[in-house]
Ligand binder design. Sequence first.
Ligand code: SAM
Length: 292
Amino acid sequence: THFGFKDVPKEEKAGLVGGVFSSVASSYDVMNDLMSAGLHRVWKDQLVASLSLPATLRYHLGEAKNSGEVADSPHFRHLDVAGGTGDVSFRVMDVINDTLDQTAGSPTRLPPPASVTIIDINPDMLTVGEERALSRYGPSNVAVRSDVEFGSEPEKPLNFYEGDAQYLPFPSDTFDTYTITFGLRNVTDPTLAIREAYRVLRKGGRLKIMEFSHPKNGFVGEIYDKYSFSVIPAMGEVVAGDRESYQYLVESIRKWDKQEALMERIEKEGFVGVKYEDINLGVVAVHEGWKM
Ligand code: SAM
């Protein structure tokens, strides 16, 4: 292809993860609410707030004139990888829309100067996300999955792609912000996904990873272990008719990187200013890094 993208090995698309998310796609949102007692909404709000999008957008809109800064490109782009049914992308869209509305004399609302791109490997999750997006923003604001190559036609405010976090179908130095929420743990080789994040981010771009993590408090850890190993698979069976997928979920959290280990991985791929923040005592952690 003319962007020189790496080809996606077909065999990577199949496998356990694909099956898991296909079987849970329709009940995914309900299960999220149940399993986290609605907390995942708060976590995602916090994640999006931590991106400081209004300030970044004003900079892109040239509002930083006063401070003498001029953005390299007026087009702000956010990428949400393993975006699933759209939870994080929609929050980013809403913040962008609000900011542009509030920006007096702003020449345009979305489309450009801002757009959001969501990519996920699972077509069933994307179908749910696309339907939600179409009813929320209308067909003129949403590009559903297509085989159109990124950049070959004007982007819409929200753009859906099917693809692998390890082999992103986007040119290098494209996005200003990158999120992956409860997705990195499921990627076959998370290091490869972090490397791709670095490649597609622009200089000055920001990475945010939200993932289940490891509570450091022994008491919280114990309760959490008991809860996750007994309650979650049982809920999966009752609500989604699928105990195994939720058993897999719990086991994969236990095997996942501790906070410091993930930080090191991110630093090794070239990100700077890498740090993390525990949420709910480390049940969840948000890692961030910058491409400089
Ligand atoms: N980010 C969404 C959220 O927070 O609600 C969805 C999270 S869901 C737990 C994990 C998602 O990761 C699934 O939609 C799954 O299809 C996707 N996924 C797993 N492996 C992937 C990969 N290699 N590339 C892209 N997406 C992947």
